[in-house]
Write a protein that binds this ligand. Structure first.
Ligand code: FEO
Length: 386
């Protein structure tokens, strides 16, 4: 079996999954996803995480090939979420002498997934080290990147950071693809809420001499590592990455959509460098969340519905609230034929988010877009771009 070597002594033993319909049962992954895992070969052998149960067999076969008849000593469990820890039971069945190396929190949570397990555990804390021979693992706690038990591991001989979910992306390795796009969608939808914790991890990682970043999803990163770290720094500070406006609409019969399209054209006409128009009823809302964080301004257009807000917009606002959306300029447009209510509900959601600046009062449409509306929407565009 041909194995991918990460460094002279470290192999990739993870697996692609191009058959998964929804990651975490909610995110479309048209290019699949990879469950990364690694093995460090030395006097002592360490497995770095396992894989989702969907790929246990493939992973074990690669591990066996890398071992070449030897027996592993340690399984380092950096993250207990089942896409990485789902095969712990299977590997312990095959190699019962393994010692699990994990954070104290992970040790506490382990029986939730493996009730009654009586495995050999080696809980580690911040700064602890584990010598494998010529390689040494240094453990760095990374709570809430993305669960509370997460830790990352730095191998100092070959300067490899095993970064858990951090620096991961959607997309199977066999499919390739641009890192920024799917790493950004992954970041804001999976880890976006935990910017402060990501900042804390970046501060700790700043002192490390890095040659390789080996995440639990997506490609192993080897070149221009500062670029990836700078992206994570920017994203976790909730600062816009690009100048531009996301115009997101939820329209029942097309009139609100027409207003949003007119508004987007007005933005362009007035010099906005980038305008993204998205239909929240039909788009991948994870992509819309990504774009909301990516650009500096957000325009929301929504129909009223049952005395409240048309559900596709409500879903979007729930996602933004849950991911701690903040620090952007916004404008709101509601549509309602007899008792407009969308603006009130949108405002309720947005009031709970930090640092939003509403550039102009909520504008109310009544049905189709008329000449007076066009004039008002042009003024709204101007206010947003100020
Ligand atoms: Fe890839 Fe938080 O698991």
């Amino acid at each position: 079996m041909e194995l991918t070597r990460i460094t002279p002594s470290i192999f990739y033993v993870g697996a692609d999954d191009t058959e998964l319909d929804l990651f975490e049962s909610q995110y479309v992954v048209p290019e699949g996803v990879s469950y990364n895992a690694y093995i460090i070969m030395d006097e002592k052998i360490a497995l770095m995480d396992t894989v989702d149960r969907r790929r246990t067999g493939e992973w074990l076969a690669k591990v066996e090939a890398a071992l070449d008849g030897r027996t592993p000593d340690y399984l380092v469990v950096q993250h207990l979420e089942p896409d990485h820890a789902g095969s712990i039971g299977a590997v312990l069945e095959r190699y019962p002498s393994l010692t699990l190396v994990l954070s104290a929190k992970a040790a506490q949570m382990l029986p939730q997934y493996y009730p009654g397990c009586i495995w050999r555990l080696l809980p580690v804390k911040e700064g602890d080290e584990l010598s494998l021979g010529t390689h040494t693992l240094h453990f760095v706690m990374a709570p809430m990147v993305h669960w509370p038990e997460v830790m990352v591991s730095y191998e100092s001989a070959e300067r490899v950071l095993f970064s858990a979910d951090a620096f991961g992306k959607f997309g199977a390795l066999c499919r390739g693809g641009d890192w920024d796009c799917e790493a950004r969608r992954y970041y804001f939808n999976i880890v976006g809420k935990y910017g402060a914790q990501v900042q804390a991890l970046l501060k700790k990682a700043a002192g490390l001499d890095l040659a390789v970043i080996a995440p639990l999803h997506g490609p192993v990163l080897r070149e221009d590592l500062g670029r990836y770290i700078a992206k994570y720094d920017l994203w976790s500070r909730y600062e816009p990455e690009d100048e531009g406006v996301l115009v997101a609409y939820a329209s029942i019969h097309g009139n609100t959509a027409g207003a949003a399209a007119y508004f987007a054209e007005e933005l362009k006409r007035q010099g906005c460098p980038k305008t993204v128009l998205t239909d929240l009823s039909r788009c991948d809302q994870a992509e819309a969340v990504e774009d909301a964080f990516r650009y500096g301004a957000l325009a929301l257009f929504a129909s009223s519905y049952d005395g409240g807000l048309f559900p596709p917009m409500e879903h979007f606002l729930c996602h933004l609230r849950d991911k701690a959306f903040r620090n952007r300029r916004i404008v709101l447009v509601e549509n309602g034929s007899w008792a407009p209510s969308a603006g009130r509900v949108m405002t309720g959601y947005l009031e709970g988010m930090k640092g939003l600046v509403q550039a102009a009062p909520t504008y109310t449409l009544r049905g189709a877009v008329k000449e007076a509306d066009r004039t008002a929407l042009s003024a709204l565009a101007e206010a947003l771009l100020k």
